[in-house]
Design a protein around this ligand. Structure first.
Ligand SMILES: [Zn+2]
Length: 358
């Protein structure tokens, strides 16, 4: 495609997107919020407290999202939660559409992180998994990286998005399952001796239903590897509503390690290993810095922002970058040294569990 043709396509896509967003925003984004729950969705307690209120700091789409915390079990959840239509509005052009290329490049550049995750299984499974299902696989870059450690394992992927189909076309997985795990689990019962869920459960509407489903999908002595952001990380308090782990409005449930451990044990799993330090993703302070830059000097025109791009947008971005550049090494130091080593604050936790033979 010639440069000019590509530009025309982009402009057409941007115009189409603008008419969609303008219409949706005029109707009011509050209509995307459901009923406020008076009880904890994890344990049923009515002892809730307000934890924080966030905005969409990734794309700056309009809206405010309230997170409540259960005083009894410490579960943190979006309350009121977005409707399916609302989630559609906020997910749109995040991993697909206008942002598809960038999202794909990001996911494709994380091989080292993926190999680290796979190594937790390698440490405990000299038998090597036979069939491995990666749930929430997106375009299946994790299976491709993990295959380097497990060349004889058959990898499949499951995801709601079309990405799982492109992952299959690219040969990164043998079978693509498109859809929701709880809806597909009956047809996949007992087929996998290894399942992984990386930064997945926090996106689901009913994580306990997903845990039931994954229990069904696993063989009787199957293994489950889960990683997700830790709502009890010190950085979550330090950065408040700007903590990257909240990732609003996508994350509906922020599950504590204790709650996940109990839920797995109730389903017949034994906890084999819990990983903190190696699950830390050292980007929290950097993301705060990048968010600030994007706020004061947006990088590009987006169709959900009102009116024309600000005057001298290009120049502002350039000056903004120059002003922020000296703080980048500081943010890196906070992420790599201050948080994990000095404060023992880790962005995420990873848990490897083994299903006991019934
Ligand atoms: Zn609770």
């Amino acid at each position: 495609m010639s440069g000019q043709a590509a530009n025309t396509t982009t402009t057409a896509a941007l115009d189409a997107a603008r008419s969609y967003y303008t219409h949706e925003i005029e109707l009011g984004v509050d209509r995307y919020l459901g009923e406020t729950s008076t009880v904890c969705p994890w344990c049923g307690s009515d002892r809730l407290r307000h934890r924080t209120t966030c905005r969409d700091l990734r794309q700056f789409k309009p809206g405010r999202f309230n997170l409540d915390e259960c005083r009894d079990c410490k579960h943190v959840f979006q309350n009121p939660a977005l409707s399916d239509e609302g989630l559609g509005f906020y997910y749109r052009d995040t991993y697909d559409g206008l942002n598809a290329e960038r999202a794909e490049a990001n996911l494709g550049s994380m091989s080292e992180i993926y190999r680290g995750r796979a190594s937790t299984v390698a440490d405990h499974r000299p038998d090597r998994p036979r069939r491995w299902l990666d749930v929430g696989t997106a375009s299946a870059h994790f299976p491709a990286a993990a295959a380097e450690l497990f060349p004889t394992t058959v990898f499949d992927g499951l995801d709601m998005s079309d990405g799982v189909l492109s992952g299959h076309r690219a040969g990164r997985i043998q079978t693509a399952h498109q859809g929701q795990l709880p809806e597909l689990s009956a047809s996949l019962a007992g087929q996998y001796d290894q399942v992984s869920m990386f930064h997945y459960l926090e996106h689901t509407r009913d994580p306990l239903a997903d845990l039931d489903a994954v229990t069904q999908v696993l063989t009787d002595d199957g293994w489950l590897l889960i990683e997700q952001p830790d709502p009890q990380a010190r950085s979550a308090r330090l950065f408040g509503s700007w903590w990257a782990g909240w990732n609003q409005p996508e994350h509906l449930h922020m599950i504590t390690l204790d709650n996940l451990t109990s839920a797995l044990e109730e389903r017949g799993f034994e906890i084999v290993e819990v990983v903190h330090r190696e699950a830390h993703i050292p980007l929290e302070a950097f993301i705060v810095l990048a968010t600030l830059l994007n706020r004061v000097a947006p990088g590009e025109e987006v169709p959900w922002r009102d009116g024309r791009p600000p005057r001298f947008a290009g120049l502002r971005r350039l000056v903004g970058k120059a002003l922020f550049a000296p703080f980048v090494p500081v943010a890196r130091f906070v992420d790599r040294v201050v948080l994990p080593r000095m404060l023992r604050s880790y962005h995420a936790y990873r848990i490897l569990a083994h299903k006991k033979v019934a």
